[in-house]
Design a protein around this ligand. Structure first.
Ligand code: ADP
Ligand code: MG
Length: 618
C-alpha cells in the first residue's frame, strides 16, 4: 500500500478549483453572479481571446470594504450566508464562498473596488492564490475585476480548452443568460474590443429577449403569467407553430437563477400536447419564483440544478400558466411574403425602433390607411362608383399621371374588373361571408373570409374536428357490426384493452372478451370503417401500455388514432359541398387551429400582403 500523504494547501486548492473553474465561461458566470448579488445596475463583461488572455468585469454594485478584500479570496469566505439556517433559504446567487478563491488559484487577478461608505477604494493583486499587492486607491463605487492568464499554472487544464471562438461563445452564452434573467440590469458584452451585444436594463423581459435572442424569436412568443399556491410563473413561450427541432431555446430561471429543471420543461411541453408537432419542442423564457425555503439550490457545485420541496405544485403552476396562454391563442399562422431580414434579427430593440422611426410612410400607405378609415361605401349597387373612387383616391394621393383612356375601354373594364374591386378594402356585408374558392392538389381547401385567403389542410381540419367531437362526446354515433370483428392481441395488450373497456364504450365501441387473448368488437363509432378495427384496437392497446404517460394523455392518443383513421385523406376526392362545410367550420371555430399532432390546420394569406407582392401598394 503506498504511503498516505496530506496534500499541500496549493494542491488541495487546485483540486477544489477544478470543480468551479472549468473554463473561462465558468469564471465569467461566477463573477457576473457576484455583480448581480452586489445589486449592480450596470455590468460590463469584456473578454480577449475567448477569455483565455483576459476577462474584465466592471459593475456599479456595493463594492468590497478594504478590510474584507483579502478575506474574499479565501475558501469558504462569503458575505451571503452566516448560519446553517441561511443555507435553507438562499436568496443570493452565490453562497459557497468558493469562486474568488478558486479563480485566484489558477490565474492572476487584479481588483479595484470601493464601497459607497468609503472615501478611498482598494487596489489588490493576487496571483496563483498569493497576494502580490494591496494598496489604497481612488476608484469609482463598485468593483472591477480582471482575470489574466487563466490556467497559467495548470498546463494540464489549459490543454482541455477549446479554440478561442468556442470559449468566447461559451462566455457570450453565460452573459446572455444572466442578462435574460435580470432585465432590470443593463449588460454589455465586449469581445476583443468590439461590442457584441447589450441590453437596456429597462426591466422588460420582452425587450431583453428581443435584444438577445432576436426579432424572429421575440415575435414568435406569447406571454405566460400565473400565480398559484405560492408559485409565481411569468415569461414567454413560443406559439405552437414555432416549435423547434431541439430544446436549445429553453430558458428556465428559478428565483433569478438559470437552472436546468426537468419539472418546468416537462410541464411546459405537456401543455403543448395536441398543439405542437410530435418531436418538436417549444422555446421559452420562463421565470419561476418560489419561496426561498421551498427549494434546495445546494445540490450542484455550479448551482445549475435544484430540488423542490413540492415538485407537483411547481409542475401544476407552470403547466396551467402555459396551457392558459395557449388556450387564448386565436390567430392562425400567416404566410407572409415579407420574411424578416437577418440583420434586423440581431438588432437591439432600441436600434430597431430608431430605424423604424426613420422609414417614411409611402404616399400609397397613407392613402390606403385613410381610405380604410373612411366608412362610407355601403350599398351594393355602387360598385363601379366605389371602384372609381378608390382608384382616384389612391392615384391622386400618389400623384400618378392618369393616362386618358377611351370610354369604350372603360366600359369593358367595368364588366370584367370584378376581381379588382375585391382587392380593395370595400366595406360591404358580403365580406363577412366565407367564400369557398376551390381545392388545390386534392388536399388544400382555398377559401376567403374578410380580408384574407385561407389554405386549409382538409385532412388536418377534419381530423381536428373529429378529435374535438370525441373528446367532448359530441355527435358520437355507433354502428353495430353484423358479425363482429375478432382481434387477436398479445397478453399485455389484451389486459390493457379488457381493463379499459368502459374507455372504449365511452365513444361508441362495444368490446367483449373472447378468450385466448382475443377480443370481439361488436360495435364501432359510426365514423369508422370496419376494416380499420383491428389496427385501431392494437394501436389503442399500445397507447394504453405506454410507460410514464398520464392516463388522460393515453386516452387522447386513442382519440388521435380514431380521428386520424376516420378523417378524409389528402389526395382523395371530396365533394365540394363537404369541403365548403369544412371551410366554414374551420374558419368560424377558433378551436380548430392545429391537428391533434400539432400540424397547423390552416394558413392565412392577408390581402394586404398579396397587394404588396403584386406592387399595388408599397
Ligand atoms: P460567494 O459569491 O459564494 O459569496 P465568492 O468567492 O464568489 O463567494 O465571493 C466572495 C465574497 O466577495 C462575496 O460573498 C462578496 O461579499 C464579495 N464579492 C465578490 N465579488 C463582488 C462584487 N462584484 N461586488 C461586491 N462584493 C463582491
Ligand atoms: Mg460568488
Amino acid at each position: 500500500m503506498p504511503k498516505i500523504n496530506l496534500l499541500s494547501k496549493e494542491l488541495s486548492e487546485l483540486i477544489a478549483a477544478g470543480e468551479v473553474v472549468e473554463r473561462p465561461a465558468s469564471v465569467v458566470k461566477e463573477l457576473v453572479e457576484n455583480s448581480i448579488d452586489a445589486d449592480a445596475k450596470h455590468i460590463t463583461v469584456e473578454i480577449t481571446n475567448g477569455g483565455i488572455t483576459s476577462i474584465r468585469i466592471t459593475d456599479d454594485g456595493c463594492g468590497i470594504e478594504r478590510e474584507d478584500v483579502a478575506t474574499a479570496f479565501l475558501r469558504h469566505a462569503t458575505s451571503k450566508i452566516k448560519s446553517e439556517s441561511d443555507l435553507y433559504s438562499i436568496s443570493s446567487l452565490g453562497f459557497r464562498g468558493e469562486a474568488l478563491a478558486a479563480t485566484a488559484s489558477v490565474s492572476r487577478i487584479e481588483l479595484f473596488t470601493k464601497s459607497r461608505n468609503e472615501d478611498m477604494g482598494t487596489h489588490y493583486v493576487i496571483e496563483g492564490a498569493n497576494e502580490v499587492l494591496s494598496e489604497e486607491s481612488g476608484c469609482p463605487d463598485g468593483t472591477t475585476i480582471v482575470i489574466r492568464d487563466i490556467f497559467y499554472n495548470t498546463p494540464a487544464r489549459m490543454k482541455f480548452l477549446k479554440k478561442d471562438v468556442s470559449e468566447a461563445s461559451a462566455c457570450a452564452a453565460v452573459v446572455e443568460r444572466a442578462a435574460l434573467s435580470h432585465p432590470e440590469i443593463a449588460f454589455k458584452f465586449i469581445r476583443d474590443g468590439k461590442l457584441s451585444f447589450s441590453t437596456s436594463g429597462d426591466s422588460s423581459l420582452k425587450s431583453a429577449i428581443y435584444s438577445l435572442l432576436g426579432r424572429d424569436f421575440s415575435n414568435s412568443l406569447i406571454e405566460v403569467e400565473c400565480e398559484s399556491s405560492g408559485v409565481e410563473v411569468s415569461g414567454f413561450i413560443t406559439k405552437p407553430v414555432y416549435c423547434r427541432q431541439s430544446r436549445a431555446s429553453q430558458y428556465t430561471f428559478l428565483n433569478g437563477r438559470l437552472v436546468r429543471c426537468g419539472t418546468v420543461t416537462a410541464a411546459i411541453e405537456q401543455a403543448y400536447k395536441n398543439t405542437a408537432m410530435v418531436g418538436k419542442f417549444p422555446g421559452f423564457v420562463v421565470c419561476v419564483k418560489v419561496p426561498f425555503d421551498s427549494v434546495d439550490v445546494n445540490v450542484h457545485p455550479a448551482k445549475t440544478e435544484v430540488r423542490f420541496a413540492d415538485e407537483k405544485r411547481v409542475f401544476d403552476a407552470v403547466y396551467y400558466a402555459a396551457k392558459n396562454a395557449l388556450a387564448l391563442l386565436d390567430t392562425r399562422p400567416v404566410i407572409s411574403s415579407y420574411k424578416n431580414d437577418n440583420a434586423i434579427n440581431r438588432m437591439s430593440t432600441e436600434e430597431y425602433c430608431q430605424q423604424k422611426a426613420y422609414i417614411p410612410e409611402t404616399a400609397a400607405e397613407k392613402a390606403y390607411k385613410t381610405f380604410i378609415e373612411k366608412p362610407v361605401l355601403k350599398t351594393d349597387n355602387t360598385s363601379f362608383l366605389q371602384r372609381k373612387d378608390v382608384k382616384d383616391y389612391i392615384q391622386k394621393s400618389e400623384s400618378v399621371k392618369i393616362d386618358k383612356v377611351d370610354t369604350k375601354d372603360q366600359e369593358v373594364k367595368k364588366e370584367t374588373d370584378f376581381s379588382e374591386t375585391q382587392s380593395f378594402p370595400v366595406l360591404d356585408d358580403k365580406q363577412e361571408e366565407i367564400v369557398y374558392i376551390g381545392e388545390a392538389f386534392s388536399t388544400y381547401i382555398v377559401a376567403q373570409k374578410q380580408n384574407s385567403i385561407y389554405l386549409i389542410d382538409k385532412h388536418a381540419a377534419h381530423e381536428r374536428i373529429l378529435f374535438n367531437n370525441l373528446k367532448n362526446k359530441v355527435n358520437i354515433e355507433t354502428q353495430t357490426l353484423m358479425l363482429g370483428v375478432s382481434v387477436r392481441l398479445s397478453r399485455e395488450e389484451f389486459d390493457a384493452v379488457t381493463t379499459n373497456i368502459e374507455v372504449f364504450e365511452d365513444f361508441g365501441f362495444e368490446i367483449e372478451e373472447f378468450g385466448n387473448s382475443t377480443v370481439l368488437v361488436r360495435a364501432i363509432p359510426a365514423m369508422l370503417m370496419s376494416e380499420d378495427v383491428e389496427s385501431i384496437i392494437t394501436e389503442a392497446a399500445s397507447s394504453l401500455l405506454e410507460k410514464g404517460v398520464p392516463s388522460v394523455e393515453k386516452i387522447d392518443r386513442i382519440y388521435h388514432t380514431v380521428s386520424c383513421k376516420a378523417a378524409i385523406k389528402a389526395g382523395m376526392h371530396t365533394s365540394s359541398g363537404e369541403l365548403k362545410a369544412l371551410a366554414e367550420r374551420v374558419l368560424s371555430d377558433n378551436e380548430i387551429m392545429y391537428c391533434p399532432h400539432g400540424r397547423p390546420v390552416a394558413f392565412e394569406i392577408k390581402k394586404r400582403d398579396l397587394e404588396k407582392q403584386f406592387g399595388r401598394i408599397q
